[in-house]
Design a protein around this ligand. Structure first.
Ligand SMILES: Cc1cc2nc3c(=O)[nH]c(=O)nc-3n(C[C@H](O)[C@H](O)[C@H](O)COP(=O)(O)OP(=O)(O)OC[C@H]3O[C@@H](n4cnc5c(N)ncnc54)[C@H](O)[C@@H]3O)c2cc1C
Length: 410
């Protein structure tokens, strides 16, 4: 029987897992690291399917983990991308209130952004028109974030994987079926190989709760998947915003609302989305792929209870975002930002992602912040939601700082 021993075993080679491996090397904590992923290629899930926006840190409550890592993480990832001359669109971002009553939220965002160390400026209608002539702000005011940028997420994942492999990290891919033996600090693979580890990091993204449960961790948490469909402006469309254009979000709801994002290509393609519709499976990207009817039914029951209790502004989410997969409603949401957009200007994009939100069955609430739980010789990253891609280097440091006292490495 084959046996292999690593100081650190990382389950999941998305941005969070890869950045933990990177920071273990950079901080000289260990060089004997294995990354195990169920897929034959990395980037098949959230880290390769997101909008690629490097968020500037405006949204998050000061003091939250998101606020602690977003600004510095964004700066670090951007510098990393620039050093390697990977595609980057330094286009900034404008946030506008689609309805006048949302205008005061701009002040909240500006205050949060400044408290988090982000650069923000108020713009008037003229400044907005100069950058995006077709954009609409119900109050005439807008918030400008010059440090927001856009990258190509799959290229980032691929390059990071390549560099880590060159630095001696061991990658085991295409490993969907393994068995955990937490008491023996071992993972058994289907071919009989036993992987012994000193410490295990569970960075399994959309499956992280299920993995944690196998280690007896976080049994009162489960992830609810929401499908993010994108549309795009046709290349010949006369309207082509050169910057990110976002609505003022409802800060009680976990999603930022449908927005326009120019890609990091030489000729940027502008996407519109993503939507946030309850998904029929954690990996149900298309059609009948990876359907999980029992899970979907249980999740709909949770969402229905949330709706009835109106927990965390949930009714507003359902009314404004849950049905945006329907093209007329998506178009209406896009028109709130750019009224001149017409049905003939847009087409469905190939891009689709699934966002997970962690539900706490004890408090009956969605968790809003990153959550990292300790387990037996292990650490479980349970809610690596947006901006975990942006923040990944800084988030990895935060996770390592929390785990270091319990790391029992040679
Ligand atoms: C539509 C969408 C848009 C988004 N936009 C942005 C954005 O613009 N900016 C931003 O900062 N964030 C954005 N996010 C969030 C961001 O993509 C995630 O926060 C981030 O990618 C999470 O990384 P991860 O490594 O935790 O998860 P993942 O990238 O999902 O990686 C998890 C890995 O674990 C593997 N895995 C799963 N189960 C197992 C198992 N049992 N055994 C072994 N391996 C396993 C998977 O194959 C996968 O490779 C967006 C997300 C979505 C879905």
């Amino acid at each position: 029987m084959n046996s292999h021993s690593s100081d650190v075993l990382i389950l999941g080679g998305g941005m969070v897992g890869l950045c933990i491996a990177h920071q273990l090397l950079e901080r000289d904590i260990s060089r004997n690291i294995t990354v195990l992923d169920k897929e034959p290629e990395l980037g098949r899930h959230s880290s390769g399917r997101n909008s690629g926006v490097l968020h500037a840190g405006l949204y998050y409550k000061p003091g939250s983990l998101k606020a602690q890592v977003c600004v510095s993480g964004s700066r670090r990832l951007r510098a990393w991308v620039e050093e390697r001359q990977l595609p980057l669109n330094p286009c900034g971002k404008v946030i506008v209130p689609p309805r006048a009553e949302l205008d005061p939220q701009l002040d909240v965002l500006a205050a949060r952004g400044r408290a988090n160390g982000a650069v923000v400026e108020f713009w008037d209608a003229q400044q907005l028109q100069e950058l995006i002539p077709e954009a609409h702000s119900a109050s005439g005011r807008a918030l400008w974030s010059p440090n927001t940028a856009v990258v190509k997420p799959i290229k980032v994942v691929m390059r990071l994987r390549q560099e880590l492999a060159e630095r001696g990290i061991r990658f085991l891919q295409d490993q969907p079926h393994w068995q955990a033996r937490p008491d023996q600090q071992t993972l058994a693979l289907t071919d009989g190989t036993r992987l012994q580890y000193g410490h295990l990091f569970n960075c399994a993204g959309l499956q992280a709760d299920r993995v944690a449960h196998q280690f007896g961790v976080g049994s009162h948490y489960s992830l609810l998947p929401f499908k993010g469909l994108y549309w795009q402006l046709k290349p010949g469309c006369p309207i082509q915003p050169r910057t990110n254009l976002y609505p003022v979000p409802d800060l009680n709801v976990p999603f930022l609302g449908v927005h326009f994002t120019p890609s990091a290509d030489a000729t940027p393609l502008v996407s519109i989305g993503p939507t946030a519709t309850p998904a029929w499976g954690r990996e149900n990207y298309r059609g009948l792929q990876a359907l999980e009817p029992a899970m979907a039914a249980a999740n709909l029951a949770v969402l229905a209870r949330q709706y009835l209790a109106n927990q965390g502004g949930f009714r507003r989410y359902v009314h404004e975002q849950a049905f945006l997969a329907l093209p007329p409603l998506l178009l209406r949401a896009a028109q709130e930002l750019i009224p001149a957009v017409r049905a003939e200007h847009i087409e469905l994009s190939q891009k689709v992602g699934i966002r997970s939100q962690l539900f706490n069955h004890r408090t009956q609430r969605l968790e809003d912040d990153f959550l990292c739980l300790p387990g037996p010789c292990s650490t479980h990253v349970l809610n690596a939601i947006s901006p975990a891609f942006t923040a990944s280097f800084a988030l990895a440091d935060l996770i390592l700082d929390q785990a270091l006292p319990t790391l029992n490495l040679p």
